[in-house]
Design a protein around this ligand. Structure first.
Ligand code: PFF
Length: 490
């Protein structure tokens, strides 16, 4: 079976940018930035981008392209036994897309609610009660409430959209990304201009951009910057390995990695302008300062604070619909990139049709996602998100550095990537892959272990954390083993 291919270089760059730019840029980045010292965080973020983000993009591109395979096949070409480790990133991605698609479902609900401004009266109640029907704890699922049914239908809509966007693999994605990358960018510009011209916006921007340098001495800030880079660039999920395997033999890897890395960081930065401008305005209208706005971390920013800001603007329904359309179009190409990463892995191994693989992956993810539509859904979403991004992802990237950087040889990947790229990378790249990134990851993973030993995440308690965090990680490792052991088709 001939390998799928991108229509052209632009299609690949847009698809990779589309994967990287997602809810992480607009929903996660601004509040991680806000919590970690505003402007000071930007410095840590740029350092993280240059020292590990772009080097990791290059190793994933080099591996996928050289081995002509998605993650499991690419790893198995280094050594048959390593196929096991090749499954782990795509399975982590799979767990992420189960809840990422539910956040898209929230956006659909909010896009519709924007028309009547249903959230204007009490944005917090609208989110927690009307949308989620949130219960008092992780084990109280709440039954078949109207919220559950609503979210399930919206989740189904997310999945139908995802399935069609990757219908014929890279061929379809090549076309879809022109819409899913440019539409959110255009909308983002609208929100930046609107956000920055609101009264009080400057206070928000000052908080965002004026660095508190002392924060850079806090290791927590660096931890946040590096984990945000992994999530944001979609490295460690096998997505970029699969995407680069669809490139023609004559191509460029390194320049592409820089373009994609900078486009992603720029979007997060610009997203921050829109968000902090609006937060400044919000604080101004409440007669307080940005640092005193308590409830903007986590989903509260996109689904409580922002809707409340929008509902106070002239033309609120229009801005509401556009805002949630922006989030949806940002999210869709990230979601389908994960599906493509796993679908391509399945096709590599069992040579099934794209249709079959796509449908199997998507319907399974939809079914798992139903948990997050229940009244306890947000608790499980939060736990899973934390464990996947702070632990599983770190281990996955570490495996890549060890098995590819040391086992196969970072020098070989470097030579290969340099030989086909417009410009090459030097010794610094090998140092990042073989020493800097792995050491950093060991510190990050170690510090997370210590934190978890001291207390359960967000005080959810040990049992929910064990089931939604640790158990899932163990299951991913076991599932990876079974997939590796099961007989493929040559
Ligand atoms: N990079 C995406 C974001 O910033 O929202 C999220 C993401 C996409 C994570 C693809 C993982 C992935 F494989």
């Amino acid at each position: 079976m001939a390998r799928e291919q991108w229509d052209n270089r632009t299609a690949f760059i847009l698809a990779a940018i589309g994967s990287a730019i997602g809810l992480g840029n607009i929903w996660r980045f601004p509040f991680v930035c806000y919590q970690n010292g505003g402007g000071a965080f930007l410095i840590a973020y740029i350092v993280a981008l240059l020292t590990t983000g772009i080097p990791l993009l290059i190793i994933e591109f080099g591996l996928g392209h050289k081995m002509e395979g998605a993650s499991p096949l690419a790893f198995s070409k280094i050594n048959k036994k390593l196929e096991w480790f090749g499954w782990i990133p795509v399975l982590i991605g799979f767990m992420i897309v189960t809840y990422y698609s539910v956040i898209m479902a929230y956006c659909t609900k909010y896009g519709i609610a924007s028309i009547t401004q249903a959230y204007a009266q009490n944005p917090s109640d609208f989110f927690f009660k009307e949308t989620l029907g949130i219960t008092s704890g992780p084990f109280k699922f709440g039954g078949f409430t109207k919220q559950f049914i609503w979210l399930t239908i919206a989740l189904l809509v997310s999945w139908v959209w995802i399935v069609f966007s990757v219908w014929k693999g890279a061929k379809t994605v090549s076309k879809v990304v022109y819409f899913t990358v440019f539409i959110p960018w255009l909308l983002l510009i609208v929100f930046v201009v609107r956000g920055m011209t609101l009264p009080g916006a400057m206070d928000g921007l000052t908080y965002y951009l004026a660095p508190t340098f002392s924060k850079l001495l806090d290791p927590q800030v660096w931890l946040a910057a590096y984990t945000q880079i992994f999530f944001s660039l979609s490295v460690g999920f096998g997505v970029m390995i699969a995407y680069s395997s669809f490139l023609p033999r004559k191509t460029d890897l390194i320049n592409n990695a820089f373009i994609i890395g900078f486009a992603d960081a720029l979007t997060a930065f610009v997203g921050g302008l829109a968000v902090f401008g609006a937060l400044g305005y919000h604080a101004h209208s409440l007669g307080t300062t940005v640092d005193k706005l308590g409830d903007i971390a986590g989903p509260g920013l996109a689904f409580v604070t922002y809707p409340s800001i929008i509902s106070n603007l002239p033309f609120a329904p229009l801005f509401g619909v556009l805002f949630f359309l922006m989030l949806l179009t940002l999210a869709i190409d990230s979601a389908f990139s994960i599906v493509e990463g796993l679908t391509a892995s399945i096709i590599d191994k069992w040579k099934v049709s794209h249709f079959k693989a796509n449908l199997t992956v998507s319907s399974t993810a939809f079914i798992i996602g139903l948990v997050f539509c229940t009244g306890a859904g947000l608790y499980w979403l939060d736990i899973l998100d934390h464990f996947m991004n702070y632990l599983a992802l770190g281990v996955s990237v570490l495996c890549c550095c060890i098995f590819v950087g040391w086992g196969y040889g970072a020098d070989k990947i470097k030579e290969y990537a340099n030989s086909i790229s417009e410009f090459g990378v030097g010794k610094w790249w090998e140092i990042s892959i073989k020493y800097f990134t792995p050491i950093l990851l060991v510190i990050l993973i170690g510090s997370e272990f210590i934190r978890r030993a001291k207390g359960s995440y967000e005080n959810y308690g040990r049992l929910p954390e064990s089931l939604g965090g640790w158990l899932i990680i163990i299951l991913i490792v076991i599932a990876g083993y079974f997939l590796y052991k099961s007989k493929g088709k040559d």
